[in-house]
Design a binder for this molecule. Structure first.
Ligand code: GLN
Length: 550
Protein backbone atom coordinates (compact mmCIF):
# COMPACT_ATOMS: atom_id res chain seq x y z
CA UNK A 1 0.00 0.00 0.00
CA UNK A 2 1.28 3.47 -0.89
CA UNK A 3 2.33 5.62 2.08
CA UNK A 4 2.12 9.40 2.15
CA UNK A 5 4.48 12.02 3.50
CA UNK A 6 3.36 15.65 3.69
CA UNK A 7 5.89 18.45 3.90
CA UNK A 8 4.57 21.63 5.47
CA UNK A 9 6.32 24.88 6.29
CA UNK A 10 6.22 27.26 9.22
CA UNK A 11 7.62 30.56 10.52
CA UNK A 12 8.59 31.99 7.14
CA UNK A 13 8.54 31.20 3.45
CA UNK A 14 11.70 30.48 1.41
CA UNK A 15 13.05 27.94 3.87
CA UNK A 16 13.54 25.45 1.07
CA UNK A 17 10.60 23.09 1.46
CA UNK A 18 11.03 21.98 -2.13
CA UNK A 19 14.67 21.07 -1.54
CA UNK A 20 13.88 19.18 1.67
CA UNK A 21 11.04 17.30 -0.06
CA UNK A 22 13.29 16.50 -3.03
CA UNK A 23 16.17 15.45 -0.75
CA UNK A 24 13.95 13.11 1.24
CA UNK A 25 12.58 11.65 -1.98
CA UNK A 26 16.13 11.20 -3.29
CA UNK A 27 17.17 9.28 -0.18
CA UNK A 28 14.10 7.05 -0.33
CA UNK A 29 14.72 6.43 -4.02
CA UNK A 30 18.38 5.66 -3.26
CA UNK A 31 17.20 3.05 -0.76
CA UNK A 32 15.25 1.34 -3.54
CA UNK A 33 11.76 2.72 -2.93
CA UNK A 34 9.63 4.05 -5.76
CA UNK A 35 8.65 7.57 -4.96
CA UNK A 36 7.33 10.76 -6.50
CA UNK A 37 6.69 14.29 -5.27
CA UNK A 38 3.76 16.57 -5.86
CA UNK A 39 3.18 20.18 -4.95
CA UNK A 40 -0.07 21.77 -3.82
CA UNK A 41 -0.09 25.54 -4.20
CA UNK A 42 -2.71 27.52 -2.32
CA UNK A 43 -3.17 30.34 -4.86
CA UNK A 44 -6.21 30.83 -7.05
CA UNK A 45 -4.45 30.89 -10.43
CA UNK A 46 -5.24 27.62 -12.19
CA UNK A 47 -1.53 27.20 -12.90
CA UNK A 48 1.52 29.47 -12.65
CA UNK A 49 1.65 29.82 -16.46
CA UNK A 50 0.02 33.23 -16.40
CA UNK A 51 2.12 34.48 -13.49
CA UNK A 52 4.83 37.04 -13.98
CA UNK A 53 8.31 35.75 -12.95
CA UNK A 54 8.44 38.60 -10.40
CA UNK A 55 5.50 36.91 -8.68
CA UNK A 56 6.54 33.35 -8.82
CA UNK A 57 9.95 32.82 -10.39
CA UNK A 58 10.29 30.50 -13.33
CA UNK A 59 7.40 28.54 -14.76
CA UNK A 60 8.56 24.95 -15.12
CA UNK A 61 7.17 22.83 -17.97
CA UNK A 62 6.71 19.07 -17.76
CA UNK A 63 6.84 16.48 -20.55
CA UNK A 64 3.05 16.47 -20.82
CA UNK A 65 2.97 20.24 -21.23
CA UNK A 66 1.87 21.35 -17.78
CA UNK A 67 3.02 24.80 -16.71
CA UNK A 68 4.01 24.25 -13.11
CA UNK A 69 5.74 25.52 -10.03
CA UNK A 70 9.52 25.66 -10.17
CA UNK A 71 9.81 23.14 -7.34
CA UNK A 72 8.85 20.46 -9.85
CA UNK A 73 12.13 21.30 -11.54
CA UNK A 74 13.96 20.41 -8.33
CA UNK A 75 12.01 17.17 -8.07
CA UNK A 76 13.06 16.15 -11.58
CA UNK A 77 16.65 17.29 -11.15
CA UNK A 78 17.00 15.29 -7.93
CA UNK A 79 15.05 12.17 -8.83
CA UNK A 80 16.00 12.02 -12.49
CA UNK A 81 12.40 11.03 -13.29
CA UNK A 82 9.62 12.95 -15.01
CA UNK A 83 6.75 14.68 -13.28
CA UNK A 84 3.43 15.54 -14.92
CA UNK A 85 0.34 17.71 -14.74
CA UNK A 86 -0.87 15.61 -11.81
CA UNK A 87 2.18 16.60 -9.74
CA UNK A 88 1.13 20.22 -9.38
CA UNK A 89 -2.28 21.25 -8.10
CA UNK A 90 -3.45 24.75 -7.20
CA UNK A 91 -6.46 26.05 -5.31
CA UNK A 92 -7.63 27.47 -8.64
CA UNK A 93 -7.66 24.02 -10.18
CA UNK A 94 -9.48 22.51 -7.19
CA UNK A 95 -12.17 25.19 -7.24
CA UNK A 96 -12.47 25.04 -11.02
CA UNK A 97 -13.19 21.31 -10.79
CA UNK A 98 -15.68 21.66 -7.93
CA UNK A 99 -17.50 24.56 -9.59
CA UNK A 100 -17.71 22.69 -12.90
CA UNK A 101 -19.18 19.70 -11.08
CA UNK A 102 -21.66 21.96 -9.33
CA UNK A 103 -22.77 23.29 -12.74
CA UNK A 104 -23.20 19.72 -13.93
CA UNK A 105 -25.50 19.08 -10.99
CA UNK A 106 -23.16 16.53 -9.47
CA UNK A 107 -23.87 17.61 -5.89
CA UNK A 108 -27.57 16.81 -6.15
CA UNK A 109 -28.90 20.01 -4.67
CA UNK A 110 -26.52 20.13 -1.72
CA UNK A 111 -24.88 23.35 -0.59
CA UNK A 112 -21.33 23.23 -1.93
CA UNK A 113 -18.85 24.14 0.82
CA UNK A 114 -15.16 24.29 1.61
CA UNK A 115 -15.68 21.39 3.98
CA UNK A 116 -16.42 18.76 2.70
CA UNK A 117 -16.44 19.53 -1.03
CA UNK A 118 -13.19 21.43 -1.44
CA UNK A 119 -11.36 19.32 1.13
CA UNK A 120 -12.68 16.12 -0.49
CA UNK A 121 -11.37 17.25 -3.85
CA UNK A 122 -8.01 18.13 -2.26
CA UNK A 123 -7.85 14.68 -0.67
CA UNK A 124 -8.79 12.98 -3.93
CA UNK A 125 -5.97 14.78 -5.72
CA UNK A 126 -3.52 14.09 -2.90
CA UNK A 127 -4.12 10.35 -3.27
CA UNK A 128 -4.28 10.30 -7.07
CA UNK A 129 -0.60 9.56 -7.74
CA UNK A 130 -0.66 6.74 -5.21
CA UNK A 131 -3.50 4.91 -6.99
CA UNK A 132 -2.82 1.32 -8.11
CA UNK A 133 0.19 1.26 -5.76
CA UNK A 134 2.37 2.73 -8.47
CA UNK A 135 4.64 4.25 -5.80
CA UNK A 136 5.78 3.02 -2.40
CA UNK A 137 5.77 6.57 -1.10
CA UNK A 138 4.19 9.78 -2.39
CA UNK A 139 5.60 12.98 -0.97
CA UNK A 140 3.36 16.03 -1.05
CA UNK A 141 4.72 19.50 -0.51
CA UNK A 142 2.20 22.06 0.67
CA UNK A 143 2.98 25.52 -0.64
CA UNK A 144 2.70 28.52 1.67
CA UNK A 145 3.14 28.61 5.42
CA UNK A 146 1.01 27.19 8.22
CA UNK A 147 -1.26 29.97 9.43
CA UNK A 148 -1.97 31.44 5.99
CA UNK A 149 -5.73 31.70 5.48
CA UNK A 150 -5.46 30.06 2.09
CA UNK A 151 -3.55 27.05 3.47
CA UNK A 152 -6.34 26.06 5.85
CA UNK A 153 -8.27 23.69 3.57
CA UNK A 154 -5.03 21.82 2.83
CA UNK A 155 -4.12 21.45 6.51
CA UNK A 156 -7.66 20.22 7.14
CA UNK A 157 -7.40 17.73 4.26
CA UNK A 158 -4.14 16.34 5.66
CA UNK A 159 -5.69 16.13 9.14
CA UNK A 160 -8.55 14.08 7.73
CA UNK A 161 -6.23 11.82 5.74
CA UNK A 162 -4.11 11.16 8.82
CA UNK A 163 -7.24 10.27 10.75
CA UNK A 164 -8.52 8.02 7.97
CA UNK A 165 -5.24 6.29 7.17
CA UNK A 166 -3.50 6.25 10.52
CA UNK A 167 -0.17 7.71 11.57
CA UNK A 168 1.76 4.73 10.19
CA UNK A 169 0.54 5.49 6.65
CA UNK A 170 0.56 9.23 6.66
CA UNK A 171 3.35 11.38 8.01
CA UNK A 172 3.81 15.12 8.43
CA UNK A 173 7.29 16.61 8.12
CA UNK A 174 7.24 20.25 9.19
CA UNK A 175 10.02 22.57 8.07
CA UNK A 176 10.67 25.51 10.37
CA UNK A 177 13.29 28.08 11.26
CA UNK A 178 15.41 28.29 14.42
CA UNK A 179 16.74 31.83 14.21
CA UNK A 180 20.11 32.72 15.73
CA UNK A 181 20.15 36.01 17.58
CA UNK A 182 23.63 37.39 17.21
CA UNK A 183 23.37 39.88 20.08
CA UNK A 184 22.22 37.19 22.51
CA UNK A 185 24.40 34.54 20.85
CA UNK A 186 21.44 32.22 21.10
CA UNK A 187 19.31 29.97 18.96
CA UNK A 188 15.63 30.64 19.50
CA UNK A 189 12.97 27.95 19.45
CA UNK A 190 9.89 30.07 20.12
CA UNK A 191 8.90 30.73 16.47
CA UNK A 192 8.97 26.97 15.90
CA UNK A 193 6.89 26.33 18.99
CA UNK A 194 4.36 28.88 17.77
CA UNK A 195 4.14 27.45 14.31
CA UNK A 196 3.57 23.93 15.67
CA UNK A 197 1.00 25.33 18.10
CA UNK A 198 -0.81 27.01 15.22
CA UNK A 199 -0.86 23.74 13.31
CA UNK A 200 -2.13 21.89 16.36
CA UNK A 201 -4.99 24.37 16.66
CA UNK A 202 -6.16 22.89 13.38
CA UNK A 203 -5.88 19.39 14.74
CA UNK A 204 -2.65 18.47 12.99
CA UNK A 205 0.61 17.58 14.73
CA UNK A 206 3.91 17.15 12.90
CA UNK A 207 5.72 13.82 13.20
CA UNK A 208 9.10 15.16 12.17
CA UNK A 209 10.54 18.66 12.49
CA UNK A 210 13.22 19.79 10.07
CA UNK A 211 14.82 22.88 11.55
CA UNK A 212 16.62 25.34 9.28
CA UNK A 213 19.42 26.95 11.21
CA UNK A 214 22.64 28.89 10.78
CA UNK A 215 24.22 27.26 13.83
CA UNK A 216 24.30 23.58 14.86
CA UNK A 217 21.48 22.49 17.17
CA UNK A 218 23.00 21.15 20.37
CA UNK A 219 21.46 18.14 22.07
CA UNK A 220 19.56 19.96 24.82
CA UNK A 221 18.04 22.30 22.31
CA UNK A 222 16.81 19.40 20.21
CA UNK A 223 15.31 17.90 23.36
CA UNK A 224 13.60 21.19 24.17
CA UNK A 225 12.14 21.46 20.68
CA UNK A 226 10.95 17.84 20.86
CA UNK A 227 9.33 18.36 24.24
CA UNK A 228 7.49 21.55 23.40
CA UNK A 229 6.51 20.51 19.91
CA UNK A 230 5.39 17.03 20.87
CA UNK A 231 7.63 15.01 18.58
CA UNK A 232 10.08 12.24 19.44
CA UNK A 233 13.60 13.41 20.16
CA UNK A 234 15.12 11.67 17.15
CA UNK A 235 12.58 13.44 14.93
CA UNK A 236 14.14 16.87 15.40
CA UNK A 237 16.33 17.20 12.34
CA UNK A 238 18.99 19.84 11.93
CA UNK A 239 19.13 21.47 8.51
CA UNK A 240 22.18 23.71 8.58
CA UNK A 241 22.66 26.25 5.79
CA UNK A 242 24.38 24.35 2.99
CA UNK A 243 27.05 25.44 0.49
CA UNK A 244 24.95 24.03 -2.35
CA UNK A 245 21.40 22.68 -2.56
CA UNK A 246 22.90 19.45 -3.89
CA UNK A 247 24.55 18.65 -0.56
CA UNK A 248 21.19 18.67 1.26
CA UNK A 249 20.34 14.98 0.56
CA UNK A 250 23.63 13.97 2.16
CA UNK A 251 23.03 16.31 5.10
CA UNK A 252 19.59 14.80 5.55
CA UNK A 253 21.08 11.33 5.38
CA UNK A 254 23.54 12.27 8.11
CA UNK A 255 20.61 13.46 10.22
CA UNK A 256 18.74 10.20 9.41
CA UNK A 257 15.66 11.94 8.04
CA UNK A 258 14.98 9.00 5.71
CA UNK A 259 15.40 6.38 8.45
CA UNK A 260 13.15 8.23 10.86
CA UNK A 261 10.41 8.66 8.26
CA UNK A 262 10.59 4.98 7.28
CA UNK A 263 10.46 3.87 10.91
CA UNK A 264 7.49 6.06 11.62
CA UNK A 265 5.77 4.67 8.53
CA UNK A 266 6.48 1.13 9.78
CA UNK A 267 8.43 0.37 6.65
CA UNK A 268 11.60 -1.67 6.20
CA UNK A 269 14.68 0.49 5.70
CA UNK A 270 15.53 -0.98 2.28
CA UNK A 271 19.13 -0.86 1.12
CA UNK A 272 21.81 1.51 2.29
CA UNK A 273 21.30 4.59 0.06
CA UNK A 274 23.04 4.16 -3.29
CA UNK A 275 24.30 7.65 -4.05
CA UNK A 276 27.56 7.00 -5.91
CA UNK A 277 26.73 9.17 -8.93
CA UNK A 278 25.32 11.89 -6.74
CA UNK A 279 28.50 11.99 -4.69
CA UNK A 280 30.67 11.99 -7.80
CA UNK A 281 28.72 14.98 -9.08
CA UNK A 282 29.06 16.77 -5.76
CA UNK A 283 32.79 16.14 -5.70
CA UNK A 284 33.23 17.63 -9.15
CA UNK A 285 31.04 20.56 -8.20
CA UNK A 286 33.05 21.27 -5.06
CA UNK A 287 36.51 20.84 -6.55
CA UNK A 288 36.54 22.40 -10.02
CA UNK A 289 39.82 22.63 -11.89
CA UNK A 290 38.87 25.69 -13.95
CA UNK A 291 36.42 28.56 -14.02
CA UNK A 292 34.45 30.31 -16.75
CA UNK A 293 32.28 33.40 -16.71
CA UNK A 294 29.06 33.19 -18.66
CA UNK A 295 26.83 36.20 -19.27
CA UNK A 296 23.13 35.52 -18.75
CA UNK A 297 21.20 38.12 -20.68
CA UNK A 298 17.56 38.56 -19.80
CA UNK A 299 15.08 41.03 -18.42
CA UNK A 300 14.51 39.34 -15.05
CA UNK A 301 18.15 38.75 -14.13
CA UNK A 302 17.86 40.57 -10.81
CA UNK A 303 15.47 37.86 -9.73
CA UNK A 304 17.20 34.67 -8.57
CA UNK A 305 14.36 32.32 -9.38
CA UNK A 306 13.36 33.63 -12.82
CA UNK A 307 15.86 31.48 -14.72
CA UNK A 308 16.14 28.68 -12.14
CA UNK A 309 16.39 25.74 -14.53
CA UNK A 310 18.97 27.50 -16.70
CA UNK A 311 21.15 28.26 -13.69
CA UNK A 312 20.86 24.69 -12.43
CA UNK A 313 21.60 23.27 -15.90
CA UNK A 314 24.76 25.42 -15.96
CA UNK A 315 25.75 24.02 -12.56
CA UNK A 316 25.24 20.44 -13.80
CA UNK A 317 27.20 21.17 -16.99
CA UNK A 318 29.94 22.94 -15.02
CA UNK A 319 30.41 19.90 -12.80
CA UNK A 320 30.60 17.63 -15.86
CA UNK A 321 33.40 19.86 -17.17
CA UNK A 322 35.00 20.11 -13.70
CA UNK A 323 34.62 23.81 -14.16
CA UNK A 324 33.08 26.44 -11.95
CA UNK A 325 30.54 28.44 -13.89
CA UNK A 326 30.23 31.97 -12.69
CA UNK A 327 27.09 33.53 -14.08
CA UNK A 328 27.20 37.24 -14.72
CA UNK A 329 23.69 38.65 -14.83
CA UNK A 330 23.27 41.23 -17.54
CA UNK A 331 20.05 43.15 -17.79
CA UNK A 332 19.08 43.36 -21.46
CA UNK A 333 17.29 46.64 -20.87
CA UNK A 334 20.57 48.35 -20.05
CA UNK A 335 22.50 46.93 -23.00
CA UNK A 336 22.95 49.21 -25.98
CA UNK A 337 25.17 49.31 -29.05
CA UNK A 338 27.50 51.62 -27.12
CA UNK A 339 27.77 49.53 -23.97
CA UNK A 340 27.72 46.06 -25.47
CA UNK A 341 31.49 45.78 -25.91
CA UNK A 342 32.33 47.04 -22.45
CA UNK A 343 29.79 44.73 -20.82
CA UNK A 344 30.45 41.57 -22.82
CA UNK A 345 34.10 41.60 -23.81
CA UNK A 346 35.42 39.68 -20.82
CA UNK A 347 32.84 36.94 -20.95
CA UNK A 348 33.73 33.40 -21.95
CA UNK A 349 30.24 32.78 -23.34
CA UNK A 350 26.85 34.42 -23.69
CA UNK A 351 23.42 32.93 -23.05
CA UNK A 352 20.33 34.85 -24.15
CA UNK A 353 17.39 33.80 -22.05
CA UNK A 354 13.77 32.99 -22.92
CA UNK A 355 11.14 35.66 -22.42
CA UNK A 356 8.04 37.48 -23.56
CA UNK A 357 7.33 41.02 -24.73
CA UNK A 358 9.43 43.90 -26.00
CA UNK A 359 11.19 45.15 -22.88
CA UNK A 360 14.95 44.88 -23.32
CA UNK A 361 14.63 43.20 -26.71
CA UNK A 362 17.09 45.42 -28.62
CA UNK A 363 19.73 44.79 -25.94
CA UNK A 364 19.40 41.09 -26.67
CA UNK A 365 19.82 41.68 -30.41
CA UNK A 366 22.92 43.81 -29.81
CA UNK A 367 24.43 41.15 -27.54
CA UNK A 368 23.83 38.45 -30.15
CA UNK A 369 25.46 40.55 -32.87
CA UNK A 370 28.49 40.99 -30.66
CA UNK A 371 28.68 37.26 -29.85
CA UNK A 372 28.31 36.32 -33.51
CA UNK A 373 30.88 38.77 -34.82
CA UNK A 374 33.41 38.31 -32.01
CA UNK A 375 32.99 34.54 -32.15
CA UNK A 376 32.06 34.28 -28.49
CA UNK A 377 30.15 31.06 -27.73
CA UNK A 378 26.46 31.88 -27.90
CA UNK A 379 23.47 29.89 -26.72
CA UNK A 380 20.00 31.28 -27.44
CA UNK A 381 17.02 29.66 -25.78
CA UNK A 382 13.50 30.17 -27.14
CA UNK A 383 13.25 33.98 -27.34
CA UNK A 384 17.07 33.91 -27.42
CA UNK A 385 16.94 31.76 -30.57
CA UNK A 386 14.23 33.93 -32.09
CA UNK A 387 16.31 37.07 -31.55
CA UNK A 388 19.37 35.33 -33.04
CA UNK A 389 17.29 34.88 -36.19
CA UNK A 390 16.18 38.50 -36.08
CA UNK A 391 19.76 39.70 -35.64
CA UNK A 392 20.97 37.54 -38.51
CA UNK A 393 18.23 38.81 -40.81
CA UNK A 394 18.96 42.44 -39.98
CA UNK A 395 22.74 42.35 -40.11
CA UNK A 396 23.57 39.56 -42.53
CA UNK A 397 20.54 39.24 -44.79
CA UNK A 398 20.11 43.02 -45.01
CA UNK A 399 16.50 42.99 -43.80
CA UNK A 400 16.52 46.16 -41.72
CA UNK A 401 12.95 45.76 -40.47
CA UNK A 402 13.22 42.10 -39.56
CA UNK A 403 11.54 41.25 -36.28
CA UNK A 404 9.31 38.83 -34.50
CA UNK A 405 5.67 39.75 -35.00
CA UNK A 406 5.35 39.46 -31.22
CA UNK A 407 7.31 42.71 -30.86
CA UNK A 408 6.38 44.31 -34.18
CA UNK A 409 3.02 42.98 -35.42
CA UNK A 410 3.08 45.22 -38.51
CA UNK A 411 6.49 44.35 -39.90
CA UNK A 412 6.53 42.91 -43.39
CA UNK A 413 9.77 41.12 -42.49
CA UNK A 414 8.37 38.85 -39.81
CA UNK A 415 11.12 36.25 -39.68
CA UNK A 416 9.55 34.98 -36.47
CA UNK A 417 5.77 34.83 -36.58
CA UNK A 418 2.79 33.38 -34.84
CA UNK A 419 1.71 29.85 -35.69
CA UNK A 420 -1.56 29.71 -37.64
CA UNK A 421 -3.30 27.65 -34.96
CA UNK A 422 -2.33 30.20 -32.31
CA UNK A 423 -3.98 33.11 -34.11
CA UNK A 424 -7.55 32.25 -33.15
CA UNK A 425 -6.72 31.65 -29.48
CA UNK A 426 -7.86 34.37 -27.11
CA UNK A 427 -7.40 32.61 -23.75
CA UNK A 428 -3.96 33.05 -22.20
CA UNK A 429 -3.60 30.12 -19.78
CA UNK A 430 -2.20 26.84 -21.08
CA UNK A 431 -2.56 27.79 -24.75
CA UNK A 432 1.04 27.97 -25.97
CA UNK A 433 2.93 25.19 -27.74
CA UNK A 434 3.67 23.32 -24.55
CA UNK A 435 5.49 20.17 -23.55
CA UNK A 436 7.52 17.58 -25.35
CA UNK A 437 7.90 17.47 -29.14
CA UNK A 438 10.16 15.42 -31.35
CA UNK A 439 12.92 17.01 -33.36
CA UNK A 440 15.06 15.55 -36.11
CA UNK A 441 18.61 16.88 -36.32
CA UNK A 442 20.79 16.87 -39.41
CA UNK A 443 23.24 14.07 -38.68
CA UNK A 444 26.20 16.20 -39.82
CA UNK A 445 25.32 19.15 -37.58
CA UNK A 446 27.35 20.27 -34.57
CA UNK A 447 24.25 19.97 -32.42
CA UNK A 448 23.67 16.33 -33.40
CA UNK A 449 27.26 15.63 -32.39
CA UNK A 450 26.64 17.30 -29.02
CA UNK A 451 23.55 15.17 -28.41
CA UNK A 452 25.21 12.07 -29.83
CA UNK A 453 21.91 11.43 -31.61
CA UNK A 454 19.82 12.82 -34.45
CA UNK A 455 16.44 12.11 -32.85
CA UNK A 456 15.65 14.12 -29.80
CA UNK A 457 12.61 15.27 -27.84
CA UNK A 458 12.55 18.55 -25.98
CA UNK A 459 10.00 20.67 -24.13
CA UNK A 460 8.42 23.82 -25.47
CA UNK A 461 6.70 26.92 -24.18
CA UNK A 462 6.06 29.55 -26.84
CA UNK A 463 3.62 30.94 -29.40
CA UNK A 464 5.92 32.20 -32.14
CA UNK A 465 8.00 30.22 -34.63
CA UNK A 466 10.65 30.60 -37.29
CA UNK A 467 9.01 31.72 -40.54
CA UNK A 468 9.83 29.06 -43.12
CA UNK A 469 9.40 31.55 -46.01
CA UNK A 470 12.92 32.75 -45.22
CA UNK A 471 14.48 29.32 -44.73
CA UNK A 472 16.60 29.28 -47.89
CA UNK A 473 17.92 32.80 -47.38
CA UNK A 474 19.20 31.85 -43.94
CA UNK A 475 20.73 28.61 -45.08
CA UNK A 476 22.52 30.23 -48.04
CA UNK A 477 23.98 32.90 -45.76
CA UNK A 478 25.27 30.41 -43.18
CA UNK A 479 22.67 30.17 -40.45
CA UNK A 480 21.54 26.58 -40.81
CA UNK A 481 18.22 25.23 -39.59
CA UNK A 482 19.70 21.94 -38.36
CA UNK A 483 16.75 20.76 -36.29
CA UNK A 484 13.16 20.36 -37.46
CA UNK A 485 9.96 18.88 -36.24
CA UNK A 486 9.18 16.58 -39.14
CA UNK A 487 5.44 16.46 -38.48
CA UNK A 488 4.89 20.21 -38.50
CA UNK A 489 7.97 21.31 -40.43
CA UNK A 490 8.77 23.81 -37.69
CA UNK A 491 12.38 24.88 -37.22
CA UNK A 492 13.61 23.91 -33.75
CA UNK A 493 17.38 24.48 -33.91
CA UNK A 494 19.66 26.83 -35.81
CA UNK A 495 23.43 26.90 -35.82
CA UNK A 496 26.16 28.89 -37.52
CA UNK A 497 28.89 26.69 -38.94
CA UNK A 498 32.01 28.87 -38.91
CA UNK A 499 31.62 29.87 -35.29
CA UNK A 500 33.01 28.02 -32.25
CA UNK A 501 29.52 27.67 -30.75
CA UNK A 502 26.47 29.49 -32.04
CA UNK A 503 23.32 27.55 -31.23
CA UNK A 504 19.73 28.71 -31.01
CA UNK A 505 17.00 26.37 -29.83
CA UNK A 506 13.28 27.03 -30.00
CA UNK A 507 12.72 24.64 -27.08
CA UNK A 508 13.85 24.71 -23.45
CA UNK A 509 16.67 22.22 -22.91
CA UNK A 510 17.17 23.48 -19.36
CA UNK A 511 14.03 21.68 -18.16
CA UNK A 512 15.56 18.30 -18.84
CA UNK A 513 18.97 18.74 -17.22
CA UNK A 514 19.38 16.66 -14.06
CA UNK A 515 22.24 15.91 -11.67
CA UNK A 516 22.64 12.43 -13.08
CA UNK A 517 21.94 13.48 -16.66
CA UNK A 518 23.33 16.95 -17.36
CA UNK A 519 21.98 18.31 -20.63
CA UNK A 520 24.38 17.71 -23.56
CA UNK A 521 23.88 21.20 -25.01
CA UNK A 522 24.74 22.87 -21.72
CA UNK A 523 27.73 20.54 -21.30
CA UNK A 524 28.96 21.46 -24.80
CA UNK A 525 28.30 25.14 -24.14
CA UNK A 526 30.43 25.21 -20.98
CA UNK A 527 33.12 23.25 -22.84
CA UNK A 528 33.04 25.89 -25.58
CA UNK A 529 33.32 28.63 -22.93
CA UNK A 530 36.43 26.92 -21.55
CA UNK A 531 37.94 26.71 -25.02
CA UNK A 532 37.12 30.36 -25.74
CA UNK A 533 38.80 31.39 -22.53
CA UNK A 534 41.92 29.35 -23.34
CA UNK A 535 42.07 30.96 -26.77
CA UNK A 536 41.69 34.45 -25.33
CA UNK A 537 44.43 33.80 -22.79
CA UNK A 538 46.73 32.50 -25.51
CA UNK A 539 46.07 35.55 -27.62
CA UNK A 540 46.74 37.88 -24.68
CA UNK A 541 49.97 36.03 -23.91
CA UNK A 542 51.16 36.34 -27.51
CA UNK A 543 50.32 40.03 -27.60
CA UNK A 544 52.22 40.71 -24.39
CA UNK A 545 55.19 38.64 -25.66
CA UNK A 546 55.22 40.69 -28.86
CA UNK A 547 55.20 43.90 -26.84
CA UNK A 548 58.13 42.69 -24.71
CA UNK A 549 60.14 41.79 -27.83
CA UNK A 550 59.42 45.19 -29.39
N1 GLN B 1 7.80 35.07 -26.52
C1 GLN B 1 8.27 34.02 -27.39
C2 GLN B 1 7.13 33.17 -27.89
O1 GLN B 1 6.07 33.12 -27.30
C3 GLN B 1 9.32 33.18 -26.71
C4 GLN B 1 8.84 32.44 -25.52
C5 GLN B 1 9.93 31.89 -24.65
O2 GLN B 1 11.06 32.36 -24.70
N2 GLN B 1 9.59 30.93 -23.81
O3 GLN B 1 7.27 32.50 -28.90
Amino acid sequence: MTKYIFVTGGVTSSLGKGIIAASLAKLLQARGFTTTIQKFDPYINVDPGTLNPYEHGECYVTEDGAETDLDLGHYERYLNTYTSQANNVTTGRIYQHVINREREGAYLGKTVQVIPHITDEIKRRMLLLGEHNKYDIVITELGGTVGDIESLPYIEAVRQLKWEMGNENCLVVHLTLIPYLKAAKELKTKPTQHSVKMMSEHGLLPDVLVCRTEEPLYKDLKRKIALFCNVTQDAVIEALDADTIYSVPLEMMRERLDVICLEKLHMPLGNEPELTRWKEFLNKLRYPTSKVTIGLIGKYVELQDAYKSILEALIHAGAMNECKVEVRNIHSEYLTKDTVKEKLQNLDAILVAPGFGSRGIEGKVDAIKYAREQKIPFFGICLGMQMACVEFARNVLGMAKAHSTEMDPDTDQGVICMMEEQKAITQMGGTMRLGSYECELRPDSQVAAMYGSANITERHRHRYEFNNEYLNLYEEAGMIPVGKNLKTNLVEVVEIKDHPFFVGVQYHPEYKSTVENPHPLFVAFVKAAKAAQAERNLLAKRTSEKKTVA
